[in-house]
Design a protein around this ligand. Structure first.
Ligand code: SAH
Length: 393
């Protein structure tokens, strides 16, 4: 007998319309003794079957719905089905010789929340967001290994676990660094080196746009630069000079490496290891101005001196950026904060410009690319919001 969970009356239509997340506030009580990975029948308050889900506690909720069929299971044939669909959706990326890194499976957007899979030139990086979904590891990975293009698989467990295992799970090991390509640009990545690989794959289209359209002859400031991916794209696009600023010590060597693997000389670019808010003070004091300013901060970050919360501090960040943007310059403002709708983010930008003497036009907007598949019934999953703001004066 499957475990059963009834949804609360006021959220019934949401679930009937395909909302995939089991949200703790939207359901009635959890069955006693429920364990991570257990399958659940999701029912209406009157006991009618709505959908099938699994229990897996993560930051976003209590688990995910994965089928409208009562008999659905998380087994090899289900995985085969959703993975084949996911691969079809990414056909054009597979045949793009200039791009060898992208997302292969995006959780609920591809039919199963709680797990993502990224492609790094034949190697896969699987990220598990709950112990519940991790319980299905064997069948899930077996399905992936059945595809001949898979050379090896790595994983990251993004849930609390005391198990200390290597990120490498099978196949052949990837070189470190593993050089991947994105629109002709080379990026050095590491699949077995902490939480991050060296590149955020969801910004591919934004990097391409900067390279193709907005970087030529520009003095570029890349804030929260991490490994400098936006700076490299700008240099491919003919930027005159780039300054990359990140507070993490690793960013210096990482950014130098990204430049080197592209045959560029790190000594000719500025790589600054510093709190960006401290750097803004320096830049203002020195009267520095940049033609293209990029800001892609984390949703939340705490340094020794400053706590940045995208939810409330974005306008303040923008005001700093505006001050050091040259006349008619451009600001690329990005956020991955899921709590903002695009509309709300645009309002934050408006708020930031109010009270400055500058005005702007939105030249372009970007959200997640097609490989970061999302579904309409779950707009929160479409977290990325990017605005290209062209300053009028
Ligand atoms: N824009 C990057 C990704 C940013 S990840 C890219 O496209 O690859 C977020 C980065 O912000 C991290 O590298 C972190 O070290 C940095 N960071 C967080 N708070 C910061 C601060 N106050 N000043 C400078 N960098 C900061």
């Amino acid at each position: 007998m499957a475990l059963k969970i009834k949804v609360k009356k006021q959220y019934l239509t949401k679930y009937q319309n395909g909302y995939p997340l089991l949200s703790s506030e939207w359901i009635q009580s959890l069955p006693g003794g429920i364990r991570e990975g257990d399958l659940i029948d999701i029912l209406s308050p009157s006991g009618q079957f709505i959908a099938k889900g699994y229990y897996g506690k993560q930051n976003k909720g209590l688990g995910w719905i994965f089928s409208a069929k009562r008999e659905a299971k998380l087994d090899g044939s289900f995985f085969q089905h959703i993975i084949s669909q996911a691969l079809t959706l990414r056909k054009s990326l597979f045949s793009d010789e200039l791009t060898t890194a992208f997302r292969l499976f995006n959780g609920e957007g591809d039919g199963l929340g709680g797990v993502t899979v990224d492609y790094y030139d034949g190697f896969l990086l699987v990220q598990w967001y709950s112990l519940g979904i991790y319980r299905y590891k064997k069948d899930f990975l077996k399905t992936w290994f059945s595809f001949p293009f898979v050379k090896g698989i790595y994983e990251k467990k993004r849930f609390e676990t005391s198990e200390e295992t290597s990120d490498f799970v099978g196949g052949t090991e990837a070189p470190a660094p593993l050089l991947v390509k994105e629109n002709g640009i080379t990026y050095a990545t590491y699949l077995n080196d902490g939480w991050m690989t060296g590149i955020f794959l969801d910004q591919r289209e934004v990097r391409k746009r900067i390279m193709d359209e907005y970087a030529l002859s520009k003095r570029v400031l890349n804030t929260f630069s991490y490994t400098g991916a936006f700076s490299i794209a700008a240099l491919y696009g003919g930027a005159a000079h780039t300054t990359s600023v990140d507070v993490a010590k690793r960013s210096l060597a990482k950014t130098a490496e990204q430049l080197q693997v592209n045959g560029m000389d790190p000594a000719k670019q500025a790589i600054v290891v510093e709190d960006v808010f401290h750097y803004f003070k320096y830049a203002k004091r020195k009267g520095l101005r940049f033609d293209l300013v990029i800001a892609d901060p984390p949703s939340f970050a705490r340094t020794k001196k400053i706590t940045f919360r995208a939810s409330k501090d974005y306008p303040e960040l923008l005001r700093d950026l505006i001050e050091i943007t040259a006349p008619n310059g451009m600001i690329v403002a990005s956020t991955n904060y899921a709590g903002f709708s695009f509309q709300k983010f645009k309002e934050q930008v408006e708020e930031a410009f109010r009270g400055t003497k500058r005005s702007y036009q939105i030249r372009e907007t970007f959200q997640l690319p097609v490989d970061f598949a999302t579904i309409e019934s779950f707009p929160e999953g479409n977290y990325l919001k990017v605005l290209f703001l062209e300053l009028d004066v």
